[in-house]
Write a protein that binds this ligand. Structure first.
Ligand SMILES: NC(=O)c1ccc[n+]([C@@H]2O[C@H](COP(=O)([O-])OP(=O)(O)OC[C@H]3O[C@@H](n4cnc5c(N)ncnc54)[C@H](O)[C@@H]3O)[C@@H](O)[C@H]2O)c1
Ligand SMILES: O=C[C@H](O)CS(=O)(=O)O
Length: 495
């Protein structure tokens, strides 16, 4: 198989077989049924990296049928057998981390060092659920009558569909592949059309790891609605796990309601980041930098609103701005780059709109502002002061390197402001009074709370939100539950 890809990408790879341009389903690499393809472009340079199979309804239905056939035998394997395959999958991803990072940076734009970090983070879910696969425990329950014996068993839900966004092209797929495969499900997966190459490379390594044919399918497509419509209506698909915007999650939830489909939704965020007067300011600035500017502000758990208490407001803004000014914007392959390009002109337009709106309502730019001399979708990391709840940055997920800093006076006031959103994914605060730490942590209406840290994502903890940030949890000992069904066995006549 020869992949038509740009020299700039091919020349950076040690193992070019990782670069795949066909869909993967039924254990085979296939062109789209109608031969269609779509371009994958480098957001930093605009160059076309590769043309990949643009799968349609025929491919999706075939993949689902083949997944159903494969899933039964995969479920019949022991947890230990599945664990061994996932361990090999993990080992292969880590052994190919350099090439996988090159592919990721090329198609998404994040700096190479950050791409390596993402590859390792995604692989950690393969490692984790390779271990959890051996621990799908049930229960025995004392009978309610003398002749009754009660057992509870857990069984895989069956064929699972999965959809992920462009911002973590490797970690998000791994975060869904791993628990589904560990539980004994088969998974039919659609990557974001902006970044399919990383997922296709993972499929190649999963095949090498020994995943049985049909258990994992990766279907790139420019027609995401066709995929969504099919998986929400096809009775073979028993569950959909979706990561993306709240708007799309809401659409899919409504579509799946027709067949009462099991769902996991990892949706949008609007994270508050609160700094109290007694916080260690240097620690708080360090936390704000990682929370706000990781992935160029394009993560669902990025600080979206920063609240600094009146006593430290000016000092915090001064320290934060000094740190922001050290961030270099540029191509992800430049080793000095801290912030790559935004993924699209649409993303840049939203950032510019949020800055313009804030300025029109009285905010001031401390550092940064609209545009960047590199042009394209490169933008300047920006800090705003004098921000108020009337501004769009208070209500909408910016998803870019914009740090709006609100001033607050009291704990009651800032908790109320922090909770004043329909989102509930992640929140952060820096404080040292232990009573205040407990009060604030218990009052924040979020699925995850970082306390004196700006980086909370790990495979060992339950990742997920409340309110309109979705439901279900990924990672941790809870992560398998979303791919299992409980079955209660009641045995009578035992005399
Ligand atoms: N909670 C989390 O874990 C998490 C992680 C990453 C990103 N996100 C969220 O994702 C959003 C950014 O990603 P995005 O802009 O790609 O989101 P998006 O919702 O536009 O797209 C996400 C995925 O859904 C697909 N999609 C879009 N419309 C669809 C439809 N009608 N049917 C089926 N699939 C459809 C897209 O092709 C993509 O693969 C942000 O809101 C961010 O907060 C959440
Ligand atoms: O966009 C949010 C993802 O979940 C990435 S991470 O888990 O926060 O690294």
């Amino acid at each position: 198989m020869t992949v038509l890809a740009t020299r700039s990408l091919l020349d950076r790879l040690s193992d070019r077989t990782l670069l795949r341009d066909q869909a993967f389903y039924g254990g085979e690499w296939r062109d789209a049924g109608n031969g269609a393809q779509f371009d994958v472009t480098n957001p930093s340079t605009g160059e076309v990296l590769a043309r990949v199979a643009d799968t349609g309804l025929e491919d999706i239905r075939r993949a689902i049928d083949l997944a159903e056939a494969a899933q039964k035998d995969w479920a019949a394997a022991t947890g230990k057998e599945r664990a061994a395959v996932l361990r090999r999958f993990f080992d292969l991803v880590m052994a190919n981390i350099d090439d996988l990072a090159v592919i990721l940076t090329a198609e998404m734009g994040k700096p190479l060092s950050e791409a390596r970090g993402e590859i390792a983070y995604g692989a950690s879910y393969l490692e984790w659920f390779g271990e959890e696969a051996k621990r799908v425990y049930g229960d025995t329950i004392p009978g309610h009558q003398r002749d009754k014996r009660i057992v509870v068993v857990k069984q895989p839900v069956g064929v699972v569909a999965a959809i992920t966004p462009w911002n973590f092209p490797s970690a998000m797929p791994c975060r869904k592949f791993a628990p589904a495969l560990a539980a004994g499900c088969a998974i039919v997966f659609k990557p974001a059309m902006e970044t399919p190459l990383s997922a296709l490379a993972l499929a190649h390594l999963g095949e090498q790891a020994g995943l049985p044919k049909g258990v994992l399918s990766v279907l790139p497509t420019s027609r995401s609605r066709v995929f969504g419509d099919e998986v929400c209506s096809n009775p073979i698909v028993k569950k959909l796990t979706f990561t993306g915007s709240t708007e799309v999650g809401r659409t899919l939830m409504a579509q799946g309601a027709q067949k009462i489909m099991k769902l996991s939704l990892e949706l949008g965020g609007n994270a508050p980041f609160i700094v109290f007067d007694d916080a260690d300011l240097d620690e708080a600035v360090q936390g704000a930098m990682i929370s706000k500017f990781r992935n160029n502000g394009q993560t669902c758990v990025c600080a979206n609103r920063i609240y600094a208490q009146a006593g430290i407001y000016d000092a915090f803004i001064e320290k934060l701005s000094a740190a922001v000014e050290t961030l270099k914007v540029g191509d992800g392959f430049d080793p000095d780059t801290a912030l790559g390009p935004l993924i699209s002109t649409r993303a840049k337009a939203k950032l510019d709109d949020h800055i313009a709106d804030a300025l029109s309502l009285g905010a001031e730019i401390v550092v940064g502002g609209e545009g960047h001399e590199l042009g394209g979708t490169f933008v300047r990391p920006t800090v705003l002061k004098g921000v108020t709840p009337a501004m769009k940055v208070a209500r909408e997920e910016t998803f870019a390197p914009l740090a709006p800093v609100f001033r607050f006076e009291t704990e009651e006031q800032v908790v109320a402001m922090a909770n004043d959103t329909e989102f509930g994914l992640a929140a952060y605060f820096y404080a040292r009074d232990i009573a205040q730490v407990w009060r604030v942590a218990e009052q924040l209406e979020y699925g995850m709370v970082g306390i004196n840290t700006g980086l909370i994502s790990t495979e060992v903890a339950p990742f997920g939100g409340v309110k309109q940030s979705g439901f279900g949890r990924e990672g941790s000992k809870y992560g398998l539950d979303d791919f299992l069904s409980l079955k209660y066995l009641c045995m009578g006549g035992v005399r």
